[in-house]
Each structure stands twice: as C-alpha cells, then as structure tokens.
Write a protein that binds this ligand. Sequence first.
Ligand code: GUN
Length: 281
Amino acid sequence: MTAKIMDGKSLAEEILADLQKKISQLPVAPHLAIILAGDDDSSLIYVRNKQKAAEKIGMQTTLFHLPENVSQEEVLNIVDHCNNDEKINGIIVQLPLPKHLNSNLIINSINPQKDVDGFHPYNTGLLQNNEKPYFVAATPLGIMTLIKQVCPDLSGKNVVLIGASLIVGRPLATLLLNQECTVTVTHIHTLNIRELTQKADILVAACGVSKLVKKDWIKPGAILIDVGINRENGKVCGDIDFADIVEKAGAVTPVPGGVGPMTVAMLLHNTFQAYLLQHNL
Ligand code: GUN
C-alpha cells in the first residue's frame, strides 16, 4: 500500500479562490492587522506568506512590525488601537513573542470579535464547552478540513496528538472531541509514546522534531497529519519521516504543501467571517 498524499496546497487554493470571489463583491476589502515583535526568521516568513496570500485575494493587511525590545505597554496600545479602529476587522499577534512580553495578557486584550487566530479565552472557552466561538484557530481548522476529506465520519476514531500547544494541540484536541473522537494528547513528558501512537487511526504530529515519527510508530493504514516545519541542511521537513512511513500509512500530508497552506487559507477565511460579523451580514 502507498499512502494517499493529502494535497493541502490545492485545497487551500480552492478556498482562497472562493474567498477572492466573495471579497470582490464587497464594497470595502476586509482588513487584517498583524502585530509582529522582533525578527524571528520563521515568523518573518509566516507573516510574509499571510500578507502575500491576503493581497492576492483582495484583502487588506497592516503590519505593525515592532522592535524586539518593544515594551508590553506599547504592544497593548497597538492592540487597543486595532480594537477601536472600525476599518480593522481581524487582529493577530504573531507568536512566539519575545520572552519579556506576557503573551497571555496581550492575547487576552484582543476584542474576541476580532480575534481571528481564535486564541482569546472567550473563543477557546466556547470551543471547550462545545458551543460556537466567533473564531477557531487556523491550523486546527485547516487540519479538520484535511481529515474530513479522507475520513468524513470521525465518531469513535482513536486520535493521538503529539504536542499540546495553544496554537495546535489543545484546540485540535477539543475540535476532535467535539466530533466524538477518543483523543490522546501527548507531550514532552509522555512516557512510552510509541505504544500510544501505534494505536492511532489518526496521528497528528505537531512537536517541531524533524522526522520523529517512523514506521514503527504507526498503525497500518493510519491517517497522518504533519504540522512540523523544520529546516534540515537547508531543506524543509516535517515531524514525520515521510519516506519511512509512505508504504505503511493510509494517508499523509506532505511538508511543504500540506498543513501550512491550509493555515493561511483558514486565517483569511476567519478574517472574511470577521468582516461579515462586524457588518451584521
Ligand atoms: N505562530 C505559529 N503559528 C501561528 C499562528 O497560527 N498564529 C500566530 N499568531 N502565531 C503563530
């Protein structure tokens, strides 16, 4: 058996083309504010990708690129400005922030109705209660869309996540639980992790360790989602050893071209939704 390759790039392009069409019918372009502190290489690439994709579909972005040593107060002032600017529909604070800044405090200061990353406790709390938040985090939303393509009925599926981050693991665990999956969230302190991953119908790797998942980690026919974007000898690779698992898995997302493009598409989907929400549409 050779695994089906789950083409996130093409699916993201379809979603973006649909958004472009809808945006062209609006009187004003939806507007995303991006707050970036410092010059982390990966963050600069991610932010550039988000801006480029937004531009391509007719969405406006404003980048607040702040120096590494920006004060907490200055960041909070910019969030406050974006909260009160009616022309701005969505706000994201690119993570990770420099260590001296309190990420929780900054995220908690975003208006939940503009929180297109879905990180505000109001939105994560509603998701946790299986109610409808204004926004769900983009990467988990993209992953759910990819999984549904190969596994439309998730009820009763055994899912194992590697990584318990605010950005991926935690919201994704909740989305899957809300879809009646049995979810195991593993992390750096988990013992005998392979014994858990070997039982997974669906395995999601979001830990940032190059090629961690090998064929002896997985169940035959499993659906594998690779969230890793690691750089090894100038090449990008995921958290899953693609070449090692490709003959054993049922389906796998490639890196690049899997989860990454879906994250961008879902962020812009959320920003479009924010525009509709704020215009009572
Ligand atoms: N850093 C890595 N992924 C993300 C994301 O989806 N949103 C934000 N704000 N920061 C990130």
